[in-house]
Structures are given as structure tokens and as C-alpha cells.
Design a binder for this molecule. Structure first.
Ligand SMILES: C[S@@+](CC[C@H](N)C(=O)[O-])C[C@H]1O[C@@H](n2cnc3c(N)ncnc32)[C@H](O)[C@@H]1O
Length: 227
């Protein structure tokens, strides 16, 4: 866990928002959150305690509205997904998808990934997805980026050797920055540029496309365990 100025403060990688859920989504949230969520903080655990022996276990960090989580989980019912975001609206949206499509292979985590990764047993995850992370384009905000040197180790500790870290971004600067941090960690293969066929266009990607920015998809395979 990376602490900021004071002992108890994490360097935030997200923009705080306070938007209320409408009555319908609030009802969904209240009815389903306890059944389908995992706490951000708590004892160490292995995802098999929640999912049993899934073929592939995935963590999406910063799932936003969660449209990809729902779409992927519908098409890959033997895979298991944990989707984390700090924003309640996206969490509620995923809960609605779980109910509408009878999904049993998804859990939501409402909170900060920097905290949650500390709960996951090392080597317990097959894939980590970071799709359209907040770009923090200003130089003085770059220390808030998720895929940065001093956070890569902690964020990817749960990823098994042979597991895959995926990034999609509309910021060439972010892609370069992340590639450098991931390369510096010494734990990953060379990057491979490849858009997964199942990665649907999210709201963020559509907005970037409409504003003329192309998406860069990259994946790295973990080749070394932690010391
Ligand atoms: C630009 S949005 C992209 C959302 C989604 N991946 C998409 O493609 O539409 C980035 C998301 O990452 C979330 N995020 C940023 N830092 C996070 C953290 N440390 N833990 C959990 N979520 C985080 C933000 O709250 C935001 O919803």
C-alpha cells in the first residue's frame, strides 16, 4: 500500500465524485451489495474461497460503469471476475447486470485498488485489467497515475507468473510511462500490442474516438515472482 504525506493517507489515483444514485439504482444497490461484494479491506484471501476453482480469475482495476465486466462475464461463464472502483454508480450498474443476466461469476469491490490488492494472495490472479485509467496529464499530477514505478509492485503482486497485465489507454504518454514502469519492475515480458476481441468499447473509449484519439492496447506477461 502506498502512503502519501501522512502515514494514513494514500496518494489518490482517482477523482473524487459525489453523485447520488437515483431511486431505482439505489434499490438495486441496497438489495444486492452484501450478496455480491467483497470488502476492500480485511484479511488476506484467495479468490478460490469465493469462486471455487475457476478456469481464469480476473481483477479489473477501475471498472467505471462496469459495462465490460457484465459483457465479459456473460460470454465467459467459467471465468471469474472481481471489479473494483471507488464510484458507487458503476458498482450499482454491475449489480444490476448480475441480476439481469443471472451472473454468479462476478464480485464487486467498492473502494481503492491500492488497498484491495493487499488482501489478495500473491499469485492468485490470472489477469489484471487496467482500461482507460485516469490519465493525469499534468506533470505535477503524474504521481497519481496507477501504473507508475512505485505502485506496480504492489498492484501486480497478486498476479501469478504466466499471468497477464492488460492496459488500454487513449494517451500515448500514459502508455509510454506505464511501459517504462512495468519494464523497470523486471517482472514482465516485453509488451505486446493487441486488442482483445472481447474488449467492448466503453464510454471513455467512445469519447476518445469521437475526439480523434486512438486507443493503444498493450499486454505484458508476468515472468518473475516477487523476491
Ligand atoms: C477513466 S475511468 C475508466 C473506466 C473504465 N475502465 C472504462 O474504460 O470506461 C477510470 C476509473 O478508474 C477508477 N480508479 C482510479 N483509481 C482507482 C483506484 N485506486 N481504485 C479503484 N478504482 C480506481 C476511477 O474511479 C474511474 O472510474
Amino acid at each position: 500500500m502506498l502512503r502519501g504525506d501522512s502515514e494514513n493517507q494514500l496518494v489518490r489515483t482517482f477523482r473524487p465524485r459525489r453523485r447520488r444514485l437515483g431511486a431505482e439504482m439505489d434499490d438495486v444497490y441496497q438489495r444486492l451489495i452484501d450478496r455480491w461484494s467483497i470488502d476492500e479491506d480485511g484479511d488476506r484471501f484467495h479468490p478460490r474461497e469465493v469462486f471455487g476453482d475457476a478456469s481464469t480469475t480476473i481483477l479489473e482495476i477501475g471498472c467505471g460503469r462496469g459495462d465490460l465486466v457484465v459483457s465479459y462475464a456473460r460470454g465467459h461463464r467459467n471465468d471469474s471476475l472481481m471489479a473494483i472502483d471507488v464510484h458507487t454508480r458503476g458498482i450499482a450498474n454491475i449489480l444490476a447486470g448480475i441480476e439481469a443476466h443471472g451472473l454468479v461469476n462476478v464480485r464487486v469491490v467498492e473502494g481503492d485498488a491500492q488497498v484491495f490488492v493487499g488482501r489478495l494472495a500473491p499469485g492468485s490472479i490470472d489477469e489484471i485489467w487496467v482500461f482507460f485509467p485516469d490519465p493525469w496529464p499534468k506533470a505535477r499530477h503524474r504521481n497519481r497515475r496507477l501504473l507508475r514505478d512505485d505502485l506496480i509492485g504492489a498492484l501486480t503482486r497478486p498476479l501469478k507468473v504466466g499471468g497477464v497485465l492488460r492496459l488500454a489507454t487513449d494517451s500515448a504518454d500514459y502508455a509510454r510511462w506505464a511501459a517504462s514502469a512495468i519494464g523497470n519492475s523486471g517482472r514482465f515480458s516485453e509488451p505486446i500490442g493487441e486488442r482483445p476481441v472481447w474488449r467492448i468499447e466503453t464510454v471513455f473509449e467512445r469519447r476518445a474516438r469521437e475526439e480523434g484519439r486512438a486507443t493503444i492496447d498493450v499486454r505484458w506477461t508476468r515472468v518473475a515472482a516477487d523476491d
